[in-house]
Design a protein around this ligand. Structure first.
Ligand code: PBG
Length: 329
């Protein structure tokens, strides 16, 4: 076959020809430093319960959680995000167990900081694991009270800081909570405890498996009066601007994969580190397809997380953290 294009000036394929050329012009690189590993803690000893909608992810009792976190630290993972399964008898409307100084989260944080001091501990600030209604705030006549909830969130955040949390991460989406938490932490002397704000958190069907893990599905209605409408993009900038003004150290977009455009917009808007949460439903979809043999799990995971970096994420919360840390070794 004779070539008709001998003199084609631009041939982008020149830079894709060999593996070394491709490595040299690679624009984005996923590293273990980007990963935050979300973990689930439950009461008891020697407990390890797999979450059926999240194959490979377990709720661990504290003794086994410490082993899991030590493993993660040995793989080079810098940070964990801690979420508790709270028994029904400890739940109430105001989530009072959330600021119990001897609560599960507080005990877990103390133990983790004692045993594995090098790992950064990020705690979740929200009422849903502690709420009889499975909502992120106090319920009255079917609505979620904002300012009353924020008062509880401040107590929760301060109690987590007292236990030794490095960073508190409000995931509740109440208005004004970042500023109130900052003031509360400062007043209690925790100037150095940071805030990772779930700023652009959408009302998403991708959270289903997480709610299985924590038995925290809303008992009525949905979370659309506080979490964002997935159709909105400018509103994400508004939320981020407020959280920065109120004292956030880092901002987050959640979920990640269906919101890569939001990650990009926020990255262009702020100089703060931007985190993306590769949520439970995103994890479950990949695992389910891989179990069927329909996709190559490893390649899909790397491609997906790299797309989040490319969109602008500096940090990625992902249940794949340990798996990816191993792949990157
Ligand atoms: C609730 C919270 C949720 C997640 C993290 N914190 C669920 C929700 O808002 O209902 C979801 C995480 C995931 O799906 O992996 N404060």
């Amino acid at each position: 076959m004779t070539s008709t294009n001998q003199h084609l000036t631009n041939r982008p394929r020149r830079l894709r020809r060999t593996a070394s050329l491709r490595r040299m012009v690679r624009e984005n690189q996923l590293t273990v430093n980007d990963l935050i590993y979300p973990v689930f803690v439950t009461e008891g000893e020697n407990q390890q319960e797999e979450i059926s909608s999240m194959p490979g992810i377990y709720r661990y009792s504290l003794d086994l959680l410490l082993k899991e976190i030590a493993d993660a630290a040995n793989l080079g993972i810098n940070a964990i995000a801690l979420f508790p399964l709270i028994s029904n008898d400890k739940k109430d409307n105001a989530g009072t167990e959330s600021y119990n100084p001897d609560g599960l989260v507080q005990r877990a944080v103390k133990a983790i900081k004692q045993e594995i001091p090098e790992i950064t501990v990020i705690t979740d600030v929200a009422l849903d694991p502690f709420s009889t209604y499975g909502h992120d705030g106090i319920v009255e006549d079917g609505t979620i009270l904002n300012d009353e909830t924020v008062e509880v969130l401040v107590k929760q955040a301060v109690s987590q800081a007292a236990a030794g949390a490095d960073i508190v991460a409000p995931s509740d989406m109440m208005d004004g909570r970042v500023g109130a938490i900052r003031q509360g932490l400062d007043a209690a002397g925790y100037f150095d405890v940071g805030i990772l704000a779930y700023s652009a958190k959408y009302a998403s069907a991708y959270y289903g498996p997480f709610r299985d893990a924590l038995e925290s599905a809303p008992q009525f209605g949905d979370k659309k009066t506080y979490q964002m409408n997935s159709a909105n993009s400018r509103e994400a900038i508004k939320e981020v601007a407020l959280d920065i003004a109120e004292g956030a150290d880092m901002v987050m977009v959640k979920p990640a994969l269906a919101y890569l455009d939001i990650i990009r917009r926020i990255k262009e808007y702020t100089n703060l580190p931007v985190a993306a949460y590769n949520v439970s439903g995103e994890y479950a979809m990949v695992k389910a397809a891989a179990q069927q043999g329909w996709i190559d799990e490893k390649q899909v995971v790397l491609e997906t997380l790299t797309s989040m970096k490319r969109a602008g994420a500096d940090l990625i919360l992902t249940y794949f953290a340990k798996q990816v840390a191993l792949m990157l070794q």
